[in-house]
Design a protein around this ligand. Sequence first.
Ligand code: ITT
Length: 191
Amino acid sequence: PTLIVATGNPGKLAEMQAYLDRLDCQLALKPPEIEVEETGSTFHENACLKASQVAKALNQWAIADDSGLAVDALDGAPGLYSARYGNTDGERITKLLQAMEGVTQRQAQFICVVAIAAPDGSIQLSSEGICPGEITHSPRGDHGFGYDPIFWLPRHKKTFAEMTKAEKRQVSHRGQAFDKLIRRWSGLEFD
Ligand code: ITT
């Protein structure tokens, strides 16, 4: 069986492919011309929208991830709008650090919801992962993508961007969501 990995974000795609590599199925990429408008009002709704629409368009199984960074002092922003907060990772980071200038309360959390849809678009499985941390005062490290250089894990004394892929997988929102999903996957009819 083939599973379409429904994302247009290369950083996310690399993590998704690594996390799915032990599944007994072939992974394929979403063609870039299939674009899904994220009109949902929750991570769960958007993950389901993306998985469902891509699955239906290609008549194949599809998996999608909707994720974001919610900052306490900003009432949960950028949250659902994390991708739309800027045009590049650099812009997003600069804007968030500016919004946090002079703010001492720097708690935040990364959230990820992953959903799998059958070829008819029906959602078969979904799961969520949450990773608490803090926003740094300046970027550190050059691994990963997105907001990784400014997301600090106090217990590890590192940002996500200073972690290896394996370390990030162990603690991250996406690692947790995918681990849960794959554990539940075994009971699923898939052909
Ligand atoms: P797709 O919808 O095509 O998958 P996207 O980038 O638009 O790609 P989202 O709508 O889920 O995906 O937006 C999530 C944004 O949150 C993403 O663009 C990053 O900026 C940020 N993000 C999510 N997970 C992250 C992670 O592990 N590390 C750093 N930033 C992350």
